[in-house]
Design a protein around this ligand. Structure first.
Ligand SMILES: Cc1cc2nc3c(=O)[nH]c(=O)nc-3n(C[C@H](O)[C@H](O)[C@H](O)COP(=O)(O)OP(=O)(O)OC[C@H]3O[C@@H](n4cnc5c(N)ncnc54)[C@H](O)[C@@H]3O)c2cc1C
Length: 650
């Protein structure tokens, strides 16, 4: 019989307040197989770990149970401490008597009895544990970054600067993301393009970065350390190595369409460059807008293209790459104004969103930075800014705060005042959130010194009223109804996950929260990692965030990738499913139950095998297997049966 030691943690008063730890030790000390039991205030502390290590050596323990907090917090700590004194780390188990016991009970007697049961059941499990070793895997030291906004750019540069190759995939013709559309950035008001462009250029010249713009990831197979990625490179109909962006083709293109980079406020030709600083700096033919490529209807751009870069025969291309780690940085989009019925369903050209306003403010925008209202080009003298347009509205729209709108609305009102000194900006707000360095000071400057009128309350309706717009709202501080005749309204519409990301995340098997943003492995301790090994998160794909936070997080994701690549081999947890070939009937039920594609059918033997590198030990296949042929290492049916017996008091 194994010699088992039990170590009960008081966790300050987290556990000790509702669980009588001394009583647990006394009871457990008499349990069969337990040769040593003790308690300590903080088992995770250095003296606590030393106490465990000394006991392992002194009492010749074959297995230990630490009755403490959730295994997600300290299982690794205690397993590492055990291993350091020669005990196989998989002979160390955690009995969770905090989250699943002391925190959910008030009655000490009930909590203590439950803590004893939990600990005994884990002893039964440990008794049948095998000694295991991590599975070591060779890894490819190249990274894939999906999304070329500031998050993806920063992550790619940080990884590449450490000497590792990076493939950066961006779905649009140019990298830059939303930051490229911004005029000036809060709170310092530095020009967005001026701080972004050097980084974009660095991407295009970096010897370790392969940029695949106008491309999308269509499939990811394999496993952490060795992902096989299929990337669809869409045809630009312009050869990247030949186009010199001379602009001659624009002069002859007969098709003019709204420019999406300008959010429809400006126009472009069917052959175009999204914006002057675009990277890569090459033209793209918009096949949907072009008069016709198949069959060819016009040919004008090709005729004037001196370097002969136009190539109507270009086809979509699938590029295959192997990478060890993937950073997902697909960013956000704004909630379409069409969904906001109370604010005119996006039908009135003078009710615009924040990104439209950024383009009106931008010196390189459609009005060269002169603020003109879209309907008639008039300089608006009364502008109403509406915060939380769709955000913090669980009944009708998005339940969450979009985080950057309070600050960019303050910025918008200030910049409007600078451009139109005799104009009057009004801001409707629910409350103003300014958590960030220098943010509160910026808000005070805008609200107190710049002539901006802040009105606390929601706007109930906006509608056309003669030449202008009528804005109905309430000032909840005075309790009075407010009516403002405005020339233009700017909605701070809520941020939502980027278009197409739902499909991408499902394809990559990445967990999302209820709003469709990527979920992190742990909200506090692992904020840049996904629960799916090998995937790291950066930027607004995880939830709305401003540029400083995005850059910091992208750096964090990059450093995780670099940390992973600096290891000699990748170690995979051995708690995986195994198949008893004699019992397996080859029914294949486990193949559809496995969310990680870790199951392969062996035609020759008519059995199903487990790819232990893909298996994440979730147990879905074990539950699905009708014959019991599939078992999970160290969580076998026999172990569970013994644990249940303890719980039922048998
Ligand atoms: C009106 C407005 C004003 C703002 N002003 C400021 C400011 O002044 N200061 C500040 O700090 N913050 C500001 N922000 C916030 C800022 O825009 C974000 O912090 C920043 O853009 C987040 O960067 P990101 O890279 O995470 O996302 P994004 O900028 O959204 O970039 C994501 C990139 O991923 C690409 N992508 C998406 N899906 C895929 C896919 N499937 N495959 C490949 N590529 C894909 C996109 O095309 C895009 O290039 C403002 C936001 C708004 C709406």
């Amino acid at each position: 019989m194994k010699r088992i030691g039990v170590f009960v943690c008081g966790c300050g008063i987290n556990i000790a307040k509702t669980v009588d730890v001394k009583k647990v030790v006394e009871e457990i000390g008499h349990y069969p197989g337990v040769v040593y039991a003790t308690d300590y205030q903080y088992m995770c502390s250095d003296p606590g770990q030393k106490m465990i290590q000394e006991a392992i050596e002194r009492e010749h323990l074959d297995g230990i149970i630490v009755a403490a907090c959730s295994p997600t917090l300290h299982e690794f700590t205690f397993r590492r401490a055990s291993e350091a004194v020669g005990l196989n780390p998989y002979q160390c188990e955690i009995a969770n008597i905090r989250e699943q016991c002391s925190w959910v009970h008030q009655d000490k007697e009930i909590a203590t009895a439950k803590a004893i049961k939990i600990t005994k059941s884990i002893i039964e499990k440990e008794r049948l544990n095998d000694s295991l070793s991590p599975i070591s895997v060779f890894m490819t030291r190249r990274a894939l970054v999906i999304g070329g906004g500031i998050a993806g750019i920063q992550a790619a540069l940080d990884i590449a600067d450490s000497g590792y190759e990076v493939i950066l995939v961006e779905k649009e013709p140019s990298i830059g993301g939303h930051m490229a559309q911004l005029s000036e950035t809060f709170p310092t008001l530095d020009c967005s393009q001026c701080i972004l462009t050097p980084k974009m250029v660095e991407i295009s010249h970096h010897p370790k970065i392969k940029l695949l713009a106008y491309s999308e990831v269509v499939n990811v197979g394999g496993y952490v350390g060795n992902f096989n990625v299929k990337i669809l490179k869409k045809p630009r109909y312009v050869k990247e190595d030949l186009c010199n962006n001379c602009g001659e083709c624009f002069k002859v293109c007969p098709v003019v369409v709204p420019n999406e980079f300008e959010r429809g406020l400006g126009s472009r030709y069917a052959i175009y460059i999204p914006f002057p600083q675009a990277v890569p700096s090459i033209c793209t033919i918009d096949a949907d807008a072009c008069l016709g490529l198949f069959p060819l209807a016009c040919n004008k751009c090709k005729e004037v293209c001196e370097p002969n870069a136009v190539d109507y025969d270009m086809k979509p291309e699938i590029i295959e790459e192997t990478v060890g780690a993937i950073v997902v940085a697909t960013g956000y989009d704004l909630l379409p104004s069409e969904e906001l019925k109370e604010y005119g369903n996006g039908r009135n050209p003078d009710i615009i969103d924040g990104l439209h306003f950024e383009r009106l403010l931008s010196a390189s925008g459609p009005t060269q930075g002169v603020i003109r209202r879209p309907s008639d080009g008039k300089v608006p003298k009364e502008v109403v800014f509406v915060q939380c347009a769709g955000s913090r509205d669980p009944e009708k729209h998005l339940p969450y705060c979009s985080k950057f709108c309070c600050m960019y609305t303050a910025k918008h009102a200030l910049l409007y005042k600078h451009r139109v000194p005799d104009g009057q900006p009004y801001i409707f707000y629910i409350d103003v959130r300014t958590a960030g360095k220098g943010y509160e000071e910026f808000y005070h400057r805008v609200s107190e010194q710049e002539g901006v009128v802040y009105l606390r309350g929601k706007v109930s309706k906006i509608f056309q009223d003669g030449d202008g717009l009528m804005v109905w709202g309430v000032d909840t501080l005075t309790g009075k109804k407010v009516e403002i005749t405005a020339d233009m309204v700017v909605l701070a519409t809520g941020a939502v996950p980027a278009e197409g990301s739902k499909k991408l995340f499902a394809n990559l098997k990445l967990a999302c929260d209820e709003n469709g943003f990527l979920s992190e492995a742990h909200p506090k301790l692992r904020p840049v990692e996904s629960l799916t090994p090998g995937f790291f998160l950066a930027g607004a794909a995880q939830g709305p965030r401003d540029i400083p936070e995005t850059v910091a997080q992208a750096g964090g994701a990059a450093s995780k990738v670099i940390g992973m690549f600096s290891q000699e081999m990748l170690l995979h947890d051995p708690i995986v499913a195994v198949v008893d070939e004699n019992l397996c009937s080859g029914c294949k039920i486990c193949i559809s139950a496995c969310p990680y594609d870790a199951r392969e059918f062996d035609e020759e033997k008519n059995i199903v095998r487990v790819n232990e590198l893909l298996c994440e030990g979730c147990g879905a296949c074990v539950a699905a297997c009708p014959s019991g042929a599939t078992q999970q290492q160290n969580i076998t049916d026999d172990q569970i049966r013994e644990m249940v017996k303890v719980v039922l008091g048998e």
